[in-house]
Design a protein around this ligand. Structure first.
Ligand code: ACO
Ligand code: ZN
Length: 303
């Protein structure tokens, strides 16, 4: 009945307030009942504590001594930092993080069983009167021990920071960790619509970057009259992407040529237009506000 519907709609978190931003939510999240009834949920961007009223929020802001996420800062480049937060050591923080993410995710995700995961939180630094504030921008989670190829479970950029390249940076970072582990990885399925769009875009750009980095070698070999040899696995090693995703990206770029030799499918890379590849990379670098610098990562794999 109609009446029920209005009641249900009224008892939904419509906005989250972080700092001075009121952010419209996209989906519901299983916050404890008493918090779920509020139209606006107030969240401390440092400890991620969620609160029912503006009054409590203001009191908390005066009291809360954190100015960055818990855990270790393992990456810093100019304003951007990435923090490694262990789900076992910071249970409440990570649960709050998952609940916040659920407000922007349609699919089921984990909220309470956070111990098996590590969380990588991206912040943007601001210096305010001699104090460094590390503003929460987004994060991704990663399972610590897994028998799958998954190198990223869940990713979020807060809507106020979206379409600036932070999602791309987080994904790039997830593959950097995978390469440091001497592995190949892929995001956990199913991907959301936005997840798929972002990954497709990332894979395309990444493959173009790798191909450009090989350009001189490719041209040299061609000048000598031979064929440049590079397998799909070579691309996987250079990017950290599983072969299936490499193939997907090359197909998307219409650069993959299949042929059969003795009932075996072989692949060949066909580059008919270098400027096409260069334009893809250039247009991204003129658009994105930040880029990953692998040399800034201070990190060793856990195992
Ligand atoms: N519409 C169309 N294309 C998009 C959109 C969009 N809304 N968002 C991202 N893309 C594509 C575009 O190609 C974009 O490049 P462009 O801006 O030059 O067009 C590209 O992805 C890169 O975008 P970024 O700015 O790097 O990504 P952003 O910081 O906005 O974060 C993310 C992307 C994390 C998916 C964000 O949209 C988000 O948090 N969504 C809600 C949560 C979610 O769906 N997460 C993924 C779940 S799947 C998983 O976790 C495994
Ligand atoms: Zn706090």
């Amino acid at each position: 009945p109609k009446r029920n519907k209005t009641i249900r709609e009224a008892s939904r978190i419509e906005y989250v307030q972080l700092r001075d931003y009121e952010i419209k939510t996209w989906y519901t999240a299983p916050y404890p009942e008493e918090f779920n009834k509020n139209k606006i949920l107030y969240i401390c961007e440092y400890c991620l504590k969620y609160m029912k009223s503006r009054y409590v929020f203001h009191r908390h802001q005066l009291k809360c001594s954190l100015r960055h996420p818990p855990g270790n800062e393992i990456y810093r480049d100019q304003k951007v930092s990435i923090w490694e937060v262990d789900g076992r050591e910071n249970v409440i923080y990570c649960q709050s993080l998952c609940l916040l993410a659920k407000l922007f995710l349609n699919s089921k995700t984990l909220y309470y069983d956070v111990e098996p995961f590590i969380f990588y939180v991206l912040t943007e630094r601001e210096d305010v009167g001699g104090e460094c504030q590390f503003h929460f921008v987004g994060y991704f989670s990663k399972e610590k021990l897994t028998s799958t190829d998954y190198n990223l479970s869940c990713i979020l950029t807060l809507p106020i920071y979206q379409r600036k390249g932070y999602g791309h940076l987080l994904v790039d970072f997830s593959y950097l960790l995978t390469r440091r582990e001497y592995k190949w990885g892929t995001p956990e399925k199913p991907l959301s619509d936005l997840g798929l769009l972002s990954y497709r875009n990332y894979w395309k750009i990444k493959l173009c970057e790798v191909i450009i980095s090989l350009k001189n070698e490719i041209l040299k070999v061609q000048e000598e009259g031979s064929t440049f040899q590079c397998s799909i696995e070579d691309f996987s090693n250079l990017t950290g992407m599983i072969p299936t995703d490499v193939v997907f990206a090359l197909e998307q770029l219409q650069m993959l040529h299949h042929y059969e030799v003795k009932n075996e499918i072989k692949y060949a890379l066909k580059i008919s237009d270098w400027s096409l590849i260069e334009n893809i990379v250039q247009s991204w670098s003129s658009k994105a506000s930040c880029f990953l610098r692998p040399e800034k990562l201070v990190w060793k794999p856990m195992i």
